[in-house]
Design a protein around this ligand. Structure first.
Ligand code: ATP
Length: 627
């Protein structure tokens, strides 16, 4: 059996976690917690009171037998009997009240912990989402965090109550001999050791099995959600996925069953030891009674006290083991809550400009994703002048989305800097950067909410009475779509909830565009805004965009040269760097990478480009530049 780790660090870590748990309870439901503890303490002494009253009642009856029928006899018996009835009544009443208080406390604690986890998950650095260890920790915190806190409370309460009971019964048992409570303690030691050992084993196994459990969950998600439904059917993935799921579950199940079997065997061995001790103690007391050293009341009280003490000891040990196990599991919750973001606000943030005067600059930026060695951006320099529309084109993996992530401050550069009107992005408050930047991501969210909510989520600060909603919808080319919906902007989108209407990919994209335009921001970033649009829609939308962009600074990432050619400046990216820059005509003149891709795209579409770019109407959606 492995020895418990009693090193100073481990003990200190335990103390810190215990403190954090108490703080958490105190913050979540202080009054309910105090009330609950007080009630448990009262309930804890009642069994001892009953033992004492049993002795009193039996001895009183013994005495009354010799007194005959009189009021004195009634008085002698009535007082302890009534008191005993009162204690029974109190026990029942307290049971109900404690249950009510405990449910209230659990509800508060559950909501509080869930809130903490959600808040933390929405503020951790982006890099956490990209590391498998983060997903493990997240699963551990989410799946066990709340339930373990609640179980810890229940077990802690039970431990407190049983300890009070044990202590008070122990006081009574000492009257029969100091060695009796000691014998009880000795008989409990093997049980406690087994409980602690196997709870630790269980925790170690559960932590190590997290990646396998998550993979099984992942197969489950693929088998049951709509996103994967089409491919699962067309590629007949159900068989392999179900088999994969089963194999993982079988392994998890058999490992767990082995653990539980060993635990049961261990507990059986420990129980035999405590049974032997019990036998010796009971034999001794009966011997005393035969020898005339104990009254009938003594014998009854002792029997009641000892059997109660045994039951309570069993409960106390189980609770102690559960407290131990739950505190081990809670470590994951606290580890998760302790995650500290690295991308943070500066000490005295500068205000982000409401209107850009110079623009955005990337100055010799180098960046690699955490845990990778390859630079996604290398010596990357770029200027987006204020009020201009800049397009970035480049082949897959060139670093276009990475550059947006740096502009939104999801990451900070390893070297170099990003400036807005000459100020380093790191000198602004994070919330300010994000409030002042409107982004349409490559794969925008499809909120299962009304069309209006889908757009208004873009900026909760906009006055609902302002005409901005309509402007954004028109700017995104989503006006005809919204007007066509059965309840107009009130129509619920998506099919998750009753009455929802599903949109096409291009329609969802227009709604997301409207969301980006809805935000009052000096900087607009659009990642592949026209990728879902047909050529006709694209051309019409580009006309609108010129109007919506107005004097805002806009950045468009695109694979479509028919979109890029409308920009004031086009930058061509390759291998994490800008390799060409200029207007469409200048780039075609340069006869470099851009001109080559442009020629390929137009040739494929049966159109010989001159550089004036009018033909988008005739083009099928062209492939990527280097396709
Ligand atoms: N989260 C990530 N972790 C590690 N590497 C990443 C991550 N995201 C992207 N990369 C790598 O960084 C490089 C640039 O990726 P990025 O997504 O910026 O390309 P992109 O130009 O937007 O491509 P596409 O046109 O296909 O969207 C790629 O080589 C990619 O493998």
């Amino acid at each position: 059996m492995r020895k418990p780790d009693l090193s100073r660090e481990n003990v200190r870590a335990w103390a810190v976690r215990a403190r954090a748990t108490v703080d958490l309870l105190w913050s979540a439901a202080p009054l309910w917690t105090v009330l609950w503890l007080a009630l448990l303490a009262v309930q804890g002494v009642l069994p001892a009171a009953l033992v004492a009253l049993t002795k009193w009642v039996i001895d009183a009856m013994n005495m009354a037998v010799g007194m005959g029928r009189s009021w004195d006899t009634v008085e002698v018996v009535a007082v302890p009997t009534l008191l005993m009835g009162g204690v029974f009544l109190l026990q029942r009443v307290l049971g109900g009240v404690i249950q009510w208080v405990s449910v209230a406390q659990s509800e508060y604690v559950e909501d509080y912990v869930t809130n903490l986890v959600q808040q933390k998950a929405s503020t951790v650095d982006f890099e956490f989402y990209e590391a498998p260890e983060y997903h493990d920790l997240m699963e551990q915190a989410q799946s066990q965090g709340t339930t373990r806190v609640l179980q810890l409370i229940q077990n802690g309460g039970s431990l407190l109550q049983t300890s009070v009971t044990l202590f008070s019964i122990g006081v009574i048992l000492i009257g029969y001999g100091l060695w009796i409570p000691l014998a009880l303690i000795v008989s409990a030691v093997p049980v406690l050791a087994v409980v602690l050992y196997y709870n630790r084993q269980q925790h170690t196994w559960w932590t190590g099995a997290t990646p396998r459990r998550r993979r099984a969950q992942y197969y489950g998600i693929l088998l049951t959600t709509m996103q994967s439904a089409a491919e699962v059917r067309m590629n007949r993935l159900d068989g392999p996925l179900i088999r994969g799921y089963r194999a993982l579950r079988e392994r998890l199940r058999s490992e767990r069953l082995v653990l539980v079997r060993n635990q049961a065997l261990g507990r059986f061995g420990a129980a035999v030891v405590s049974l032997l001790v019990t036998g010796v103690v009971m034999g001794w007391v009966v011997w005393q009674a035969f020898a005339g050293d104990a009254t009938l009341g003594d014998l009854a009280a002792f029997y009641q006290a000892f059997t109660q003490a045994q039951t309570v000891t069993g409960t106390a040990l189980t609770s102690a083991g559960a407290v131990y196990a739950n505190s081990l599991f809670l470590r994951h919750l606290f580890d998760f809550l302790d995650l500290e973001p690295r991308v943070v606000d500066p000490p005295g943030p500068k205000p982000f400009p409401a209107q850009l005067t110079e623009g955005v600059r990337f100055e010799d930026v180098t960046f690699s994703y955490p845990g990778t060695t390859r630079n996604a951006l290398e010596g990357f320099s770029l200027e987006i002048p204020a009020g201009k529309t800049v397009a970035i084109v480049g082949e897959n993996g060139a670093g276009k989305s990475t550059f947006i992530k740096l502009l939104c401050r999801f990451y900070d550069p390893d070297q170099g800097r990003v400036t807005v009107d000459g100020t380093d992005l790191r000198e602004f408050a994070l919330a300010d950067v994000r409030r002042r930047t409107a982004v349409l991501f490559q794969f925008p969210m499809r909120y299962q909410m009304t069309a209006e909510q889908n757009v208004r989520l873009g900026d909760p600060d906009v006055d609902p009475e302002s005409p901005r909603f309509r402007e954004a919808v028109v700017g995104a080319g989503a006006d005809a779509l919204v007007d066509r919906l059965p309840k107009g902007e009130e129509t619920l989108l998506g099919r998750w909830f009753e009455g929802g209407v599903e949109l096409s990919g291009g329609e969802w994209q227009r709604v997301a565009l409207a969301r980006a335009f809805y935000r009052e921001s000096p900087l607009v970033i659009l990642d592949e805004p026209t990728s879902f649009m047909d050529s006709w829609a694209e051309n019409e939308w580009l006309d609108r965009f010129d109007h919506v962009a107005g004097d805002r600074t806009a950045l468009i990432i695109t694979h479509r040269f028919t979109t890029a050619m409308r920009a004031d400046i086009i930058h061509v990216m390759n291998g994490g760097q800008i390799v060409e820059s200029g207007t469409h005509d200048e780039l075609v003149e340069q006869r470099g990478r851009y001109a080559e891709s442009w020629a390929t795209q137009t040739r494929q579409a049966g159109f010989e480009g001159r550089g004036d770019g009018a033909p988008a109407r005739e083009l099928a959606p062209p492939p990527g530049p280097n396709a």
